[in-house]
Design a protein around this ligand. Structure first.
Ligand code: HEM
Length: 450
């Protein structure tokens, strides 16, 4: 979407020519490396903050020392690599999405010997960055590796093709600022460790606690730069976001957005609550080994605060059971609608009516499968024993159901591509059969279970 490659456009449709080239497109290696390093750094800073918090209470805790040492080492090694990777990523973006880089840098005018604008307020209307604090010629040096190199500004592009400059400009500064703070943190930590005083400085430990959430903030800012910076395009340079919007009414979009919001608040709220409780507990090297004590459960009763009502309700398996139930309920409601369309499909009077039926679910049907994946994945992760028993017992209907769902999915894609009425009828049959079979096998499993 950012650097589209290996496709042709036929009758207004993107047809991939080579899937390998589509995936390994020119910005892929930069994005992959930058994102993986971002994930490592974010984890290191959370681990470091938790360890520092416990060390502030008990400086001799050996597990907390191990955690802290590892986190600081990770920051000291990965932060400089991330800065180099970010710089390379920026050079690649300059080649393929120059308007995004101009917005990141706050450059409205194309000029040689461009300054590096550290701070300022990009004013879209006036076409200039006001109150700019800048280093002369440094912009050209960084982007062109020459003091007089020409840096392309936003004036090179039609105004209708500009992204939201202030958001991109400031998100970029937050991300890069955090990157340099992480570097400083790693360097100070390395010096303290060299002097064998890593755990002795309360100020450094407090700083480590404060740095805990910065990885998340940098990642979010990075995504803001990336995604807001590519506007107004959804497929860069080829398809505008406004052209990609589905013709679904605002109330429909608002209702599903609200549904996602509520469900994600429950899922993330419960996850965050449980994680914070885990972090509060002092680290323990004599970790409990589940294999020694009966069925494997993610949250063991021993690890929760027993005796209170909240402990019982917020036990991890209870939370997971809730998540799985919500996912299954959402699947039944949402995919039930899709499957119903498939079953009623033969009742469509003519091709137009059947097209309409299929189009009513085409933009959302695959999103609805996510709930099934969340339910199945949750069962696998939280209740592996139940998963193994259920999967073995329902092996045949489950596989049939999955095959039927695949058949339906393929029918969606190919029906619209078939040029002859005969092949279209075949895909109609696949859609009807897949929907019917998936529903039937689901009924079989629920019947057997109940
Ligand atoms: C300090 C120096 C850094 C530089 C120079 C830098 C550079 C960049 C650039 C140029 C982009 C936008 C690329 C594009 O969309 O075309 C970007 C995106 C991003 N950055 Fe950074 N970054 C830095 C630090 C960080 C840090 C510390 C993190 C997280 C811990 C981070 C996480 C991200 C993420 C998640 C994205 C979006 C990834 C993508 O769309 O591929 N960055 N960064």
């Amino acid at each position: 979407m950012h650097t589209p490659t290996a496709f042709v456009i036929e009758a207004g449709r993107f047809i991939p020519e080579n899937w390998i080239d589509v995936i390994f497109n020119p910005s892929f290696p930069y994005r992959l490396v930058h994102m993986v390093l971002a994930a490592y750094l974010t984890t290191a800073f959370v681990v470091g903050a938790v360890a520092a918090w416990h060390l502030l209470k008990n400086r001799t805790s050996e597990p907390a020392r191990i955690m802290f040492r590892m986190a600081v080492l990770m920051a000291a090694v990965v932060a400089p690599i991330q800065i180099v990777a970010g710089d390379q990523h920026g050079l690649n973006t300059q080649e393929y999405q120059p308007a995004k880089v101009a917005a990141m840098e706050g450059h409205f005018e194309t000029h040689r010997g461009a300054p590096l604008i550290l701070f300022g307020w990009p004013d879209r209307e006036a076409g200039e960055t006001r109150y700019a604090l800048e280093i002369p010629k440094a912009g050209s040096l960084i982007l062109k590796h020459s003091l007089e190199g020409e840096v392309v500004g936003l004036d090179h592009f039609a105004r209708a093709d500009w992204p939201n400059v202030p958001i991109v400009f400031w998100s970029f500064r937050i991300m890069v600022g955090i990157g340099f703070l992480m570097l400083l943190y790693g360097l100070v930590g390395a010096v303290l460790a060299g002097r064998r005083r890593l755990f002795e400085k309360p100020l450094y430990l407090r700083w480590a606690v404060l740095m805990g959430p910065t990885g998340f903030l940098a990642i979010l800012s990075g995504w803001f730069v990336s995604e807001i910076g590519r506007q107004p395009y959804v497929v860069y340079g080829l398809m505008r976001t406004s052209e990609a919007a589905s013709p679904i009414g605002a109330p429909g979009v608002a209702a599903s957005l609200f549904g996602f919001f509520v469900i994600y608040m429950i899922v993330f709220g419960a996850g965050t609550y449980y994680l914070l409780r885990l972090m509060k507990r002092p680290p323990d090297t004599t970790a409990h080994h589940p294999a020694s004590e009966g069925p494997i459960r993610t949250g063991h009763p021993k690890t929760s605060v027993t005796g209170s009502w909240t402990a019982m309700v917020f036990d991890l398996p209870t939370i997971w059971a809730g998540i799985i139930c919500i996912a299954l309920l959402a699947y039944v409601l949402f995919d039930g609608f899709d499957l119903g369309i498939g079953i009623l499909f033969p009742l469509g009077r003519d091709k137009e009516e059947r097209d309409l039926m299929m189009n009513s679910v085409a933009p959302i049907w695959d999103g609805n499968q996510t709930w099934l994946v969340l339910g199945g994945g949750g069962l696998f992760a939280a209740f592996p024993l139940a998963y193994s028993i259920l999967l073995t017992a329902f092996y045949a209907p489950l596989i049939l159901m999955l095959l039927a769902l695949v058949l339906r999915g393929v029918a969606f894609e190919f029906r619209f591509r078939s040029e002859h009425a005969r092949t279209r009828r075949l895909w109609d049959l696949a859609f009807i059969g897949g929907s019917g079979l998936a529903t039937f096998t689901q009924g079989l499993m629920v019947g057997a279970f109940v």
